[in-house]
Design a protein around this ligand. Structure first.
Ligand code: FRU
Length: 509
């Protein structure tokens, strides 16, 4: 969706299902659809995660936020921090709109060497690089209403000062000119900004974060072009001692199952140009609800990713009450070679194991027909299911409640596809597209199937084959799902599940 089409709602106070402590609202844990293990704003709208930076034991998460309502509106940067990526502390809004416009997406870096000169008395500056979106310029039909600006913090991210010389990178006349992701390029001793510029990426370089020079463009002929390119990320990752460069490019619309999604390229970067290994379009997540995902900066060789668990196709309509929007689980990105091809794989971060409650495992379960998995104590979301099978045969895994809502994950042997069917998962009435079936290629090979499924109150995250195929989907059941059924395809009754592990999860709220 273009920014123009996003719906602006005037400030609505609404009825908040939250109470106030020292001026900060505290969310209740029990609102219908309130995720229990995912980051959500206490109240009101959120979209993209922004400015993710790790500093002095804290993961900072900023996010596109409209504190005046539950639909997209004048953007601020909301702020939260976490010591473990799982439990979040809500902090005051970090950046407010100003005379240069709304605060759109961007990134943050630790300017260790004080290249920017923002540091003072030995205090290391954290620097945020974001897009200023001027709604007046947009309304007037100008083509230069998005520009890149800076803000810095000298108190480890608690408070932020906007740079008086903003904007630092002026728009040359490109309507979509936004979402700067900045990294330090050690080999060239310079900052590199990866910027989404309509249908391509433009790389800029700077010695001090304030003056930027264009280096090159990438992508006019590569990748998906069903929509506008947004929220990119560029970083190195090692595999078998060799460094590869990964370029993430979010796109909306144009994702494989419709609407918003994230594609990626593997290649090389020489400080000026990105050179992909080939022209193929690859996707980070085949579900419809993992958008604008990028990685934390300052985490060394570890690359931690988080997306917005939503899709612009229906983001403004999903039936939540006092807030709208959530982040995906934090995930770690690694590389793996499959048939000689270097691919990204995505798995939930290991810190999530800290919310595991007592698990139940079963081995060598013969499933003849539809079988209720997890007997005994009532199953209750949030939970995690891990399954292992050594046969590639049709199956469905159905998450259900007594009111008849079902969310089905499955595998189709003929097409070698995984799928998610949320057409009967509860409230699907708010958007025509929502009931569509989502499919994903099985990318891993081999006969063994390893599946990890995280189920929260209103979302499912499915990691297959070590994270080579990922699907993230939200859903809105009348009541949380509390039953799980496994069913082999008609032609292969007698399915053996090598292992099934059910782990209830502790709410992080
Ligand atoms: C992606 C996006 C960004 C933009 C922001 C505005 O979801 O459209 O390109 O900066 O959202 O909220």
């Amino acid at each position: 969706m273009s920014i123009r089409n996003k719906i602006f709602t005037p400030v609505l106070l609404g009825i908040l299902l939250s109470y106030h402590v020292q001026g900060q609202s505290v969310q209740t844990k029990t609102e219908k659809y309130r995720p229990q293990i995912h980051f959500t704003p206490q109240a009101h709208w959120m979209n993209d995660p922004n400015g993710m930076v790790y500093y002095k034991g804290k993961y900072h998460l900023f996010y596109q936020h409209f504190p005046g309502g539950n639909k997209w509106g004048p953007m601020h940067w909301g702020h939260a921090t976490s010591a473990d990526l799982v439990h979040w502390e809500h902090l005051p809004i970090a950046l407010y709109p100003d005379s240069l416009g709304y605060i759109f997406s961007g990134s943050a870096v630790v300017d260790e060497q004080n290249t920017s000169g923002f540091g003072k008395d030995g205090k290391v500056p954290l620097v945020a690089i974001f897009t200023h979106h001027d709604p007046k310029g947009e309304k007037a039909g100008r083509n230069d209403f998005q520009n890149q600006s800076l803000a810095y913090s000298l108190d480890e991210g608690k408070s932020w000062t906007k740079y008086a010389g903003n904007p630092v990178l002026r728009n040359p006349g490109i309507v979509d000119f936004r979402d700067p992701k900045v990294m330090w390029y050690e080999a060239g001793k310079k900052w590199i900004m990866t910027l989404a510029t309509k249908d391509r990426i433009t790389f800029y370089a700077s010695p001090n974060l304030k003056e930027w020079t264009k280096e090159s463009e990438f992508g006019a002929q590569e990748g998906g072009h069903g929509g506008v390119w947004e929220c990119p990320d560029l970083f190195p990752l090692k595999l078998e001692g060799k460094t590869y460069w990964v370029l993430i490019v979010n796109i909306n619309p144009g994702a494989p199952n419709g609407g918003s999604g994230g594609q990626y390229f593997i290649g090389d970067f020489d400080g000026k140009h990105f050179m992909p290994v080939d022209n193929k379009t690859r996707w980070l997540d085949y579900g419809t609800d993992d958008y604008a995902g990028i990685t934390w900066s300052n985490t060394g060789e570890r690359k931690i990713f988080m997306g917005w668990m939503n899709n612009w196709t229906y983001a403004n309509e999903v039936p939540t009450s006092s807030w709208r929007g959530a982040a995906t689980l934090p995930r770690e990105l690694k590389l793996e070679k499959v048939n000689g091809e270097v691919l990204l794989k995505t798995l939930p971060v290991k810190e999530l194991d800290n919310i595991d409650l007592k698990s139940v495992s079963q081995f060598n379960i013969e499933v003849k027909d539809r079988l209720k998995l997890v007997k005994g104590p009532a199953l209750k979301s949030p939970f995690k299911l891990e399954l292992q099978a050594d046969q590639l045969k049709n199956f469905t895994l159905s998450f259900e409640n007594k009111l008849g809502d079902k969310l089905i994950i499955g595998y189709n042997e003929k097409t070698n596809n995984y799928f998610i069917d949320r057409s009967k998962s509860g409230d699907i009435s708010f958007n025509q597209e929502f009931k569509k079936l989502h499919t994903a290629p099985r990318i891993g090979n081999g006969k063994k199937m390893n599946l990890i499924v995280y189920v929260d109150v209103a979302s499912v995250e499915f990691f297959a084959d070590g994270g080579l195929t990922v699907m993230t989907d939200v859903f809105f059941p009348q009541k949380p799902m509390d039953q799980v059924y496994f069913k082999p395809g008609a032609s292969n009754a007698g399915y053996i599940l090598k292992k099934l592990k059910y782990t209830p999860l502790k709410s992080t709220l």
